[in-house]
Design a binder for this molecule. Sequence first.
Ligand SMILES: [Ca+2]
Length: 346
Amino acid sequence: MYYEFASKHFHKSSQVPRNLNKKELAYDGWRGAGKGLSSRVRRMFLDMDPGIDDAVAMLLASQLKDVEVLGVSTVAGNVDVVKTTRNALKIVEFLGLRAGVYRGSSRPLIRPHENSADIHGNDGLGGVALPEPRIRADPLPGPMAMAEFARAEPGKVTLVATGPLTNVAIACMLDMDFPGHVKQLVIMGGAFSLAPYGKGNVSQFAEYNIYADPEAANLVFTSFQDILCVGLDVTMHPDLLVKQEDLNRLRKSGSRMGSLAADIMGFSVRRMGYFAPHDPLAVYCVHDQAIVSTKRGRVKVVTDLQGERGRTILETDSEKSNVSVASAVDGTRFKEELLGALERAR
Ligand SMILES: [Ca+2]
């Protein structure tokens, strides 16, 4: 069965212990992880489609002192899964992270894959010159990896999903206990008309991640007890949009990471006049959720093909609320935190 297979595989995998430091390994192997850690360390698993803003989110995650990245799974989204996986490997290698990279689904649950290479460039990283990665993806599939990390430490792992929700939905179907094992699911996705700019970016209604796999999104939104949804209502706040002068600041800082971030974000700034740090804000919320205020309710996703596909609807009158939808953000503070973290990195 799946779990037996995955456990066997997982123990054998050379990648798994990479998220553990020597101090932890001195305890009782990787399943004892966390015993040697301060309770303030937030254990994060990333599910992504890098992607310009996913890449910047990884850079930011590496700089948050109270966050440990356990692993990164990849999904078809901004570009195909071969490219999103290669991009994740490039960034993990650049950062020297010990986190494994796990390739996930190559297409949405029931629909063909539609990329957004026009926004992220053909390679998904805006053509930024990073060397071909020497490290390789772990053979464990992405959905199995996230389910395994959550099962290993029930209630401890925060899952941050910044691409289409295909892998998360598959993990829910593979392991019925998976949603209950996750401490909190943070989703970058959706547009709820809670702010003037909280409109769709694929259609009038739909944000890309939800639009790309609305069936997966619907399953995910109804499966977890505690979801924080960070959508366009906050990630398009004018105060947090990164502009050319911000890129200049990063380049002047002399930081290797700041310079890479400026190159990656520069693709978007050249095309649109700004870079919207969608995925970095979702990651940052794990460190400091008070950066956003939220409205609590249940979320339904329109899945039909007639016009409103991918629309997210917040129902606040529900008795069984499980989703906090970000409705406002301190954009000025967030942009300063993001730029500061990138320019301080050495
Ligand atoms: Ca993304």
